[in-house]
Design a protein around this ligand. Structure first.
Ligand SMILES: NC(=O)c1ccc[n+]([C@@H]2O[C@H](COP(=O)([O-])OP(=O)(O)OC[C@H]3O[C@@H](n4cnc5c(N)ncnc54)[C@H](OP(=O)(O)O)[C@@H]3O)[C@@H](O)[C@H]2O)c1
Length: 278
């Protein structure tokens, strides 16, 4: 069992190794989380839309972990229940859920149409809620849930309208899960990554605002990585995190907590104030 306490999967413990459902497991942060859990001895139910990307994950983890895949949109009704059923049918138990899949379209509030608003709420708030609802029925004492939020859900951010609102909503969901199910021995926490170089951010990575954020506003000497996030998620579900419940852990090198600026950034000339709706 390694570092993970036993849950009591709904169908009983047919095997020793614990089982985790990870959404958005085929790329970026989710793939790193899958690798970390595989190294920790978990069997994995990986959920994301593209089967070929999931096949890539299975190949990458072959010899390290058993991986069952579900190629589906997390926002489709019934998919959370399918994922839990897959965990029970294939592995006989469910110990952890990592709600990682998320949609990231950026627009200020006054330019966010209903289609975008609904898509972000469906994928990044309603789907995690439904996955928690489905998973809780199969989890027992010693189980754990981790939701992947964002630093933008902690402090807001320019152009982040729907994304920031939804990620902040996930914090509320995490806290109520912690209150409701903590007494049953099921812990719930949230990680809030800063900007991390993945498919979601690659088109913006070299842009000046991202570079400023990473290098002028973060009091640390390197950029954050997908492994930094995966290690924190794993810590939270492991025995080492065994008394942590209802917390939000920012993985951002100190960006959100310090109001840091390099000397050069502090002294730099800035554009004059612009109207909020310009
Ligand atoms: N990268 C960052 O800077 C950053 C910072 C803070 C928080 N986050 C959060 O971290 C999480 C992962 O982001 P990432 O940067 O790793 O993104 P990514 O590299 O774009 O990977 C997203 C993963 O989620 C899957 N996915 C996306 N939409 C889905 C849907 N509707 N249904 C099922 N699977 C879906 C993708 O596979 P398919 O396309 O095949 O479905 C892929 O496996 C997100 O919740 C994001 O908001 C990221």
């Amino acid at each position: 069992m390694g570092e993970m306490k036993s849950g009591n999967g709904a169908a009983g413990d047919r095997f020793d190794k614990p089982v985790v459902i990870i959404t958005g497991a085929s790329a970026g942060i989710g793939a790193a989380i899958a690798r970390r859990f595989a190294e920790g001895g978990f069997r994995i139910v990986a959920v994301s839309r593209r089967q070929e990307a999931l096949d890539g994950l299975v190949a990458a983890l072959s010899g390290i972990a058993e991986v069952a895949t579900l190629a589906a949109d997390v926002a489709t009704l019934g998919v959370p229940e399918q994922a839990v059923k897959l965990a029970i049918d294939r592995f006989g138990r469910l110990d952890c859920l990592v709600n990682n899949a998320g949609a990231g379209k950026w627009a200020p509030v006054h330019l966010t149409d209903d289609e975008t608003l609904n898509e972000i709420i469906e994928v990044s708030l309603k789907a995690p809620f439904r996955f928690c609802r489905a998973a809780l029925g199969a989890m027992g004492a010693g189980s754990a849930i981790v939701n992947v939020g964002s630093t933008f859900g902690l402090i807001g951010g320019l152009d982040g309208g729907a994304y920031c609102a939804v990620k902040a909503g996930l914090i509320g969901l995490t806290q109520t899960l912690a209150a409701q199910y903590g007494a049953k021995g099921i812990r719930s926490n949230l990680v809030a990554p800063g900007v991390i170089n993945t498919d979601m951010t690659k088109d913006y990575w070299d842009a000046a605002p991202f570079q400023r954020l990473n290098h002028e506003m973060t009091p640390f000497n390197r950029e954050g990585t997908v492994e930094d996030v995966a290690n924190a998620v794993y810590f939270l579900v492991s025995d080492q995190g065994g008394y942590i419940n209802g917390q939000t852990i920012a993985i951002d090198g100190g960006w959100t907590t310090t109001k840091y600026l390099t000397e050069a950034a502090l002294m730099a000339e800035r554009a004059p104030y612009v109207n909020a709706t310009a």
